[in-house]
Design a protein around this ligand. Structure first.
Ligand code: FES
Length: 115
């Protein structure tokens, strides 16, 4: 049973569950502010569930590649869409600022450019 470290909590979830569903089932959310209600409900089209993930995951899905390729996102950010990530291993998940969670700290943004 994988665990997710998010927002100061450790969440246990079933392997194979989407990260977004696991977070919501645990009473938290990968969305900021009004995007908690105004989102695509996991279709991978709105981009508001973008998060930074540390840990082993699968490659980006086609929907992630597509949605993270245009503003306010950019492929170089290294962010993932929580609704598209299938949890199979322990993960550390961080939400950035902004409606889409796209506003990374300058130091994080610079480190992602070098990778
Ligand atoms: S909930 Fe819309 S892209 Fe994930």
């Amino acid at each position: 049973m994988p665990s997710i470290s998010f927002d100061g909590k450790t969440i246990e979830c079933d392997s194979g569950q989407t990260l977004r569903n696991a977070l919501i089932a645990a009473g938290t959310s990968p969305h900021n502010g009004q995007s908690t209600w105004l989102n695509c409900k996991g279709l991978g089209s709105c981009g508001t569930c973008a998060v930074k993930i540390t840990g082993v995951t699968h490659d980006k899905t086609i929907m992630e590649k597509w949605r993270l390729s245009f503003p306010p996102h950019k492929n170089s950010s290294g962010l993932r869409l929580a609704c598209q990530v299938i949890v199979t291993n322990d993960l550390v998940v961080e939400k950035q600022n902004g409606f889409w969670g796209q506003k990374m700290a300058a130091s994080q943004s610079e480190s992602n450019k070098s990778t």
